[in-house]
Design a protein around this ligand. Structure first.
Ligand code: FES
Ligand code: FES
Length: 470
């Protein structure tokens, strides 16, 4: 049995755990404001908010309900556009109307829900923050400028939010209805349905953001075992220079982690173009690693840190290098019962730094053509003490570039060395031509990304123009 609060009403469901939340909202509950368009998490027409307890109080984030299994809404508060309605239009609705942010209106509920999610989460309410909160929403009519103006108008009315009182403040300012103030107490009283006992032959899922796109009908009927119900798969910590990240953490929690920001100062920007806000709010670390996509962004980042993966198996915990986890195309060093517990990496020293790049055909919601990550540490004489280098989209597996790493380690960094290393790098990749680009194009892209890593991370000035000339 699944129990949750839908807007102001408690719902109990005996549907299969893989039933998409959108189906329940539209078909069972007859709330038709949440739309179905792409059904693949790409357009944001089905956006709803998910509220849950956190140490800082109630927290809300936006998700695409078309690919969200109801297993992941147990004990949560789900808010549709109907659940945001007030006696009079609130500031978000008003701004959309006054700025002509809606024409046919099909996408509008999703935009309003996403912008409200942005208001609930923004530390500083700026126009840019609110526009970023709508990065997973597509509109076919407005040309977006009027929606951006609406975001600007909303942001002008709000100053800095501070964690705890955001809900009360937004109720007082008529952004969300008063019943939001009762939710925390009501969720506490709601008994937690036991989801942790896997049924026979059940599929382990995290956010389901890939499985529910690739195999939607099969997943609806499959018995699911949701990893998100495990508290011991959560947490981001740095202890004794080891950064440890639970497999159940979402991409958004990594993007906004203060601990990770200390290690990788640009982490927020690296994550910004990956998927969309809604997808990052759902997708988990464990899901991304097990999915084994040769171009998985998170996998490539962790390979570029030479991370280790910690697996839970019948015999106990097993730790191995992430680069040893991928044996062949979608073939992993694990059994079907293995659970990914966490990922760990040694924090780069003060003389080192990390850099990540990806190239796509469009900014958001696109799979990269090639991506790459690098960690570089040099000593005071500019000798490369340690280098970690990874690349995606250039082999059947997410690739750790061992030969290039071996070639560079212990040598003094220079333009000549980097150019020679790029030849070694080309010998250890095997890209294929496909819908995203030709093999030659991918080779060229990776060479350029490698040069960018070196130009960004090298302690001595490296000119990309010079590298290309050599
Ligand atoms: Fe398009 Fe869900 S219907 S994201
Ligand atoms: Fe028509 Fe956005 S107003 S799709």
């Amino acid at each position: 049995m699944i129990r949750f609060i839908l807007n102001d009403t408690e719902v109990m469901l005996a549907e299969p755990y893989g039933t998409p939340l959108l189906q329940v909202i539209r078909r069972n509950e007859k709330l038709k404001g949440t739309k179905l368009a792409c059904g693949e998490g790409e357009c944001g027409a089905c956006t709803v908010l998910v509220g849950s307890h956190s140490p800082e109080g109630m927290r809300y984030h936006s998700v695409t309900s078309c690919i969200m299994p109801i297993a992941n809404v147990q004990g949560k508060h789900i808010v549709t556009i109907e659940g945001l309605s007030l006696a009079e239009p609130g500031p978000v609705h008003r701004a959309m109307i006054e700025c002509n942010g809606t024409q046919c209106g099909f996408c509008t509920p999703g935009f309003v829900v996403s912008m409200t999610g942005g208001l609930l989460n923004a530390k500083d309410v700026t126009s840019a923050e609110l526009i970023a909160a709508m990065d997973g929403n597509i509109c076919r009519c407005t040309g977006y400028k009027s929606i951006e103006r609406a975001a600007g108008k909303v942001s002008e009315q709000f100053t800095k939010n501070t964690g705890h009182d955001t809900i009360d403040e937004l109720i007082g300012r008529q952004v969300i209805p008063a019943y939001f103030g009762t939710i925390k107490e009501r969720l506490f009283k709601m008994s937690k349905e036991e989801l942790r006992t896997p049924q026979a032959s059940s599929v382990n899922i995290g956010g389901g953001t890939d499985l529910f796109v690739q195999r939607p009908y099969e997943m609806r009927k499959t018995s699911l075992h949701t990893m998100k119900s495990y508290d011991d798969l959560r947490g981001i910590s740095i202890i004794n220079n080891i950064c440890s990240i639970g497999a159940g953490e979402t991409m958004s929690s990594l993007q906004n982690s203060a601990a990770l920001k200390q290690v990788i100062p640009d982490i927020k920007n690296y994550f910004a173009p990956i998927g969309s806000t809604q997808i990052r709010n759902m997708a988990t670390v464990g899901g991304n690693l097990v999915n084994a996509s040769p171009i998985g962004d998170l996998t490539i980042m962790f390979l570029g840190l030479d991370a280790s993966i910690v697996l839970l198996e019948e015999s106990g915990e097993r730790t191995l290098k992430l680069r040893e986890f991928y044996l062949g195309y979608k073939t992993l060093s694990k059994t079907t019962d293995t659970v990914v517990r966490r990922i760990e990496f040694v924090v780069p020293s003060s003389s080192g730094a990390f850099h990540f790049e990806r190239v796509c055909k469009r900014t958001y919601l696109d799979v990269a053509i090639v991506n790459s990550a690098c960690t570089l540490e040099c000593d005071e004489t500019d000798v490369i003490k340690k280098i970690r280098l990874s690349a995606g989209g250039v082999a059947p597996i997410p690739l750790y570039l061992s030969n290039t790493v071996d070639f560079l380690t212990g040598k003094t960094i220079s333009s000549e060395l980097i150019t020679k290393a790029s030849v070694v790098l080309q010998r250890e990749i095997s890209p294929i031509s496909d819908i995203r680009g030709s093999a030659e194009y991918k080779r060229l892209l990776l060479r350029q990304l490698f040069f960018i890593h070196m130009a960004k991370l090298s302690p001595v000035p490296i000119s990309i123009k010079e590298l290309i000339k050599i």
